[in-house]
Design a protein around this ligand. Structure first.
Ligand code: PGA
Length: 247
């Protein structure tokens, strides 16, 4: 059975109180498209305020610490995110793997902490340009998955396939490549929703969704622009209806 589509925005280190109207506009659009689950992963400073103004979507964090509390200056725990109103958290994003040298062992510990605190997790995996060029994409993604999940089942977890070389630019894999990777992820961990991330736009969204065989997207830059993000939401909703009732 097809899974409910899932569209998640990742604001990264962008956004302040002046951007709450964007959150509200996206929340209103999410209410008009109830067949799609919509979430925004916001900077921690915005989570509580966004939760107060917006009921149409889920609010998420972008990372959490593996410990519930302690002397960890600058970090935030899963329980803190949850208390602020988050219901999910991104883990293993390539920017954290790269900028903060996060490895799969640490990500696995964070994942256990997030689930224990009652947060859903979007676990990000994806190969670098170098691995892609060397034909090692499948091997890298399979290894990230098995090491980061470390025996955890798929309950409360979605997987974002984000090739590092496709993030933040204008290049995406062919939908067929996304479909192959989605198949590999499905074979490795059963029952999870799989989204694609990396330079998704209103123009390429429909093809990546339908031909890429994914359940939705993790969207960076285009989630900061309500109009663009809502256009992606509409195209997912339309494609889902076309798939479930072909003419
Ligand atoms: P992008 O970012 O859509 O701006 O490429 C995606 C991501 O990093 O999650």
């Amino acid at each position: 059975m097809a899974k409910r589509p899932l569209l998640v925005g990742n604001w990264k280190m962008h956004g302040d109180g002046g951007d709450l109207p964007t959150v509200i506009a996206i929340g209103e659009a999410a209410r008009r498209h109830p067949a799609v689950d919509v979430a925004l992963c916001l900077p921690a400073t915005l989570i509580e305020r966004a939760g107060r103004v917006c009921l149409g979507l889920a609010i998420g964090g972008q990372d959490c610490h593996a410990e519930p509390n302690g002397a960890h200056t600058g970090d935030i725990s899963a329980a803190m995110l949850r208390e602020a109103g988050a219901s999910l958290v991104l883990l293993g994003h390539s920017e954290r793997r790269h900028d903060h040298h996060e490895n799969d062992v640490l990500i696995a510990a964070k994942l256990r902490a997030a689930r224990a605190a009652g947060l859903d997790v979007m676990l990000c995996v994806g190969e670098t340009a170098e691995d892609h060029a060397a034909g090692r994409s499948a091997e890298v993604v399979r290894q990230q998955l098995t090491r980061s999940l470390a025996g955890m089942g798929g309950q409360g977890i979605a997987i974002a396939y984000e090739p590092v070389w496709a993030i933040g630019g204008d290049r995406t894999p062919d939908p067929a490549e996304v479909a192959a990777m989605a198949g590999l992820i499905r074979d490795t961990v059963s029952g999870v929703r799989i989204v694609y991330g990396g330079s998704v736009t209103p123009d390429n969204g429909a093809a990546l969704f339908v031909d890429g065989g994914v359940d939705g997207f993790l969207v960076g830059r285009q989630s900061l622009d309500a109009e663009a993000f809502i256009a992606i939401l509409k195209s997912i909703d339309l494609a889902t209806r076309q798939i479930s009732s072909p003419s």
